[in-house]
Design a protein around this ligand. Structure first.
Ligand code: PLP
Length: 225
């Protein structure tokens, strides 16, 4: 049941925050709804979860349409986005979590009618299957984004490998935080980079420990829905 799942997730957020003395309000719960219907998304909104995330352009558009009567939703796009799909969704989302190449940035620049809040995705683990710029490429990538005034780099995003042990999760999230702080310290107007989008159902406590401000939780919230 969604309400019960949500209660448990909130409880775990609270406990993780307490462990490191963080205010639980500093962690935004983004519900990943890619596996469920708009019906279930409606239940989440009724439970005051207003940040919803999808990872496929066509599915997102369909659900956004089905939920058009609700104006409190903040839409997050967390998937790899093909260039040709940019124009379909870019003006319908509030956050984009997977910016990792300049041709995508150029397409966003061309199609966006407002400044879009973006997370730069970083591949910390080095897994070939993962998207994202490498830590070595990151500062040059951020510098190059200055050419695109429709893009605001609000933070960095990463994913830990599936099945990683807690120590490994911590190391990866800690590394992302270190990179985020380095960029933040350069005080770029177009890249304030205050936020960290990291942590999913299996690893969000470790992510919160390392400073996550946006956690993207799917399975734990929507199981048995
Ligand atoms: C699916 C997905 C999530 C949520 O994963 P769960 O393990 O279901 O919590 C988070 N982030 C991204 C990028 C995803 O694709």
């Amino acid at each position: 049941m969604i309400a019960e799942n949500l209660r448990e997730v909130r409880q775990e957020i609270q406990e993780s925050c307490a462990l490191v003395g963080r205010d639980e309000k500093s962690v935004r719960l983004v519900a990943v709804t890619k596996t469920v219907s708009s019906q279930v998304m409606r239940q989440l909104v009724d439970l005051d979860v207003f940040d919803l995330a999808e990872n496929r352009a066509d599915v997102f558009l369909e659900k956004k349409q089905e939920l058009a009567d609700i104006n409190t939703i903040r839409w997050h796009f967390i998937g790899n986005l093909q260039r040709r799909k940019v124009k379909l969704i870019i003006n319908k989302i509030d956050y984009f979590h997977a910016l990792d190449n300049l041709s995508l940035a150029a397409e966003i620049q061309k199609r966006a009618d407002h400044v879009l809040k973006c997370f730069v995705e970083v591949n910390i683990s080095g897994e070939a299957s993962k998207h994202g710029v490498t830590p070595t490429e990151l500062s040059e990538f951020i510098a190059a984004l200055s050419a695109y005034d429709k893009i605001q780099v609000v933070g960095l995003m990463t994913m830990a490998p599936f099945g990683a042990k807690v120590e490994e999760q911590r190391a990866i999230f800690g590394k992302l935080r270190q990179l985020q702080q380095e960029i933040e310290a350069t005080n770029l107007v177009y890249a304030p980079c205050h936020e960290l989008s990291m942590g999913m159902s299996n690893d969000f406590p470790a992510a919160i420990y390392e400073g996550a401000t946006f956690i993207r939780v799917g399975t734990s919230l929507v199981k048995d829905a």
